[in-house]
Design a protein around this ligand. Structure first.
Ligand code: ZN
Length: 260
């Protein structure tokens, strides 16, 4: 059975690392880089409605702060994962600050457990993970992870890292020979079409697709979307999922699902 894992990073709007601090900010729209959550709240509703209408259960990697700020009640029946607390770069590569991964994961775990439900999977913010991070994920008792890309042409099937099952996000080449990753980011920004992702899935037995809640309602290049743009954007995501299901994939979650 071919498997589609539709995954969502539920994090602060258009997030960016801030040099010298652990906590991420949001793209400056003229009033500074303090984190914003309005697009992520709006986009979470759009995605939940879309997935429910398709009968598809997704996996939502929620940052602790988002769980505290945004009402996640719409995510009943989906799988709940963890995505840091303040969207920290746990490797420190982009900020120059090296967080304590046990402290960050512990804080995020408690916030998501309190506000939504106990996280059953992990995805590192910015897909920035290493052995030190994975050891902390293991110590938190989480047994599923999706923080690594596969190399172009590499195996897309889940594999194990110690006691953790890893669900890699694939990269491939498109028909023009350009690298395409299974993040829908370029499609939201108007640079790729739904067919590109369906084509990518054709040669795979498992595919982890990934997007962001905020990206359903805001682009990096254009800012918050109007209603029409939100609808067209959601139609694009629908076309990707339907196209991949039509290839014979079945949608599954990473880790057990939350009760409806
Ligand atoms: Zn993120």
């Amino acid at each position: 059975m071919r498997r589609l894992y539709f995954t969502v990073d539920a994090d602060r709007d258009a997030n960016i690392p801030i040099p010298g601090q652990e906590a991420a900010g949001s793209t400056d729209r003229g009033s500074g880089t303090a984190p914003r959550f309005s697009s992520t709240g709006r986009g979470m509703g759009v995605l939940a409605e879309l997935l429910d209408s398709l009968g598809v259960k997704g996996t939502f990697f929620i940052e602790g702060r988002t769980a505290e700020v945004v009402d996640c009640a719409v995510l009943g029946g989906h799988a709940i994962g963890l995505h840091g607390y303040d969207h920290e770069d746990l490797t420190g590569a982009s900020t120059g600050v090296l967080p304590d991964p046990d402290a960050v994961i512990g804080r995020g775990f408690a916030a998501v457990t309190d506000a939504v439900s106990r996280p059953v999977a992990f995805r590192a913010p910015y897909m920035a993970a290493d052995g030190r991070v994975m050891d902390a994920v293991d110590r938190a008792g989480i047994r599923a992870d999706s923080s690594f890309y596969t190399e172009v042409g590499g195996c897309t099937e889940p594999y194990t890292i110690g006691r953790i099952t890893e669900y890699p996000v694939p990269k491939a080449r498109d028909s023009n020979g350009k690298t395409i990753a299974a993040y829908l980011w370029p499609m939201h920004e108007g640079r790729r079409a739904p067919e590109d992702y369906v084509h990518m899935a054709e040669g795979m037995d498992s595919i982890v697709l990934a997007t962001h809640t905020w990206h359903m309602a805001e682009t990096v290049s254009g800012g918050p979307m109007d209603q029409g743009a939100v609808r067209r954007n959601a139609d694009g995501v629908r076309a990707v999922i339907e196209g991949i299901l039509d290839l014979g994939f079945r949608a599954e979650t990473i880790g057990p699902r939350r009760s409806p």
